[in-house]
Ligand binder design. Structure first.
Ligand code: PMP
Length: 284
């Protein structure tokens, strides 16, 4: 049984308790972060904490815990649960109050929950076989740049993809791809440039995206931050996704149209290797 962290205590997962009046539970008034664990250490940790503060700031949520304490909790959970590869999930909510659309943040104590998931991250079917995606209308709210736990639509989109025999959904607004259900989306042009949507309220500023783009730039790869249509994606040389738990995942089909002969493309494969090698040097 795992040990999880709930509001100041490390407890067995079966004994963990949160109020039924918690606004995270009632209103999805909650933010979260997922940091990968490699070699028993944390990947891109400072960037995840920075984004947590940004999400809290955008929602007027207090962060009552220090960054040092958050690092300590992450490390303690990794140690207690003997995680070598996997992730640490962190969720912070505005706290508990009698159910009401109006709220007073100052009168509430934010809830903080963290738990680990052990999972193979390196030698995965996604890495060797790639992912098939379908495109679906992006029906999420207008602040997709905030990492909130309002994940019902992305979750339904993922199920829709599974039902269609694919692995994931790429979401589309006004004919242009925003991002994947839980990852950022990229295509590679026939000239070898990486194209990904610029940051805005329509997508999550992925930590993996930022790190990956910096590494790619260092290797001299051309990056075009611009929107792209479904049509352009289906005709691209390659496509891939990025997220903290997948790193780089090659996309081998979009809406049943094969890309790079239905196999992970060379650019995505190289980026995946680069990301893993560089990240491993910077674990904390
Ligand atoms: N977009 C969405 C909608 C996501 O849910 C995620 C992962 N949580 C990402 C992008 C990728 O972000 P990161 O690289 O920080 O995991």
């Amino acid at each position: 049984m795992r040990t999880v962290y709930v509001n100041g205590e490390y407890v067995p997962e079966n004994d963990a308790k949160i109020s039924v009046f918690d606004r995270g539970f009632l209103m999805a008034d909650a933010i979260y972060e997922v940091a990968a664990v490699l070699d028993g250490k944390l990947a891109d940790f400072p960037a995840h904490i920075k984004r947590l503060h940004r999400s809290a700031g955008e929602l007027g949520m207090r962060v009552d815990v220090s960054d040092d304490k958050l690092l300590t909790i992450h490390r303690e959970l990794v140690r207690l649960n003997e995680v070598d590869q996997g992730m640490v999930y962190l969720q912070m909510t505005r706290g508990a109050a009698d159910r009401d659309f109006a709220f007073d943040t100052d009168k509430m104590t934010p809830s903080l929950v963290l738990f680990t998931q052990s999972k193979e991250l390196l030698d995965t079917p996604v890495a060797t076989k790639g992912l098939k995606v379908i495109t679906l209308e992006d029906k999420r709210w207008g602040r997709c740049d905030i990492k909130t736990t309002q994940l019902l639509y992305p979750s339904l989109a993922k199920m829709e993809a599974k039902k269609a025999g694919a692995d994931d959904a790429w979401l589309v607004r006004d004919g242009e791809v925003t991002e994947g259900s839980s990852n950022n989306a990229y295509i590679v042009t026939k000239e070898g440039a990486i194209v990904t949507r610029p940051l805005s309220n329509s997508i999550l500023p992925g930590i993996t995206r930022a790190t990956l783009m910096a590494y790619a730039e260092e290797t001299g790869t051309k990056i075009e931050e611009r929107t792209f249509t479904v049509e352009e994606a289906r005709n691209a040389a390659e496509a891939f996704i990025s997220s903290a738990s997948v790193f780089v995942g090659p996309v081998v089909a979009i809406d049943g149209v094969q890309l790079s002969d239905g196999k992970p493309g060379p650019v995505a494969t190289k980026l995946r290797e680069l990301y893993i090698a560089e990240t491993r040097k910077r674990l904390v």
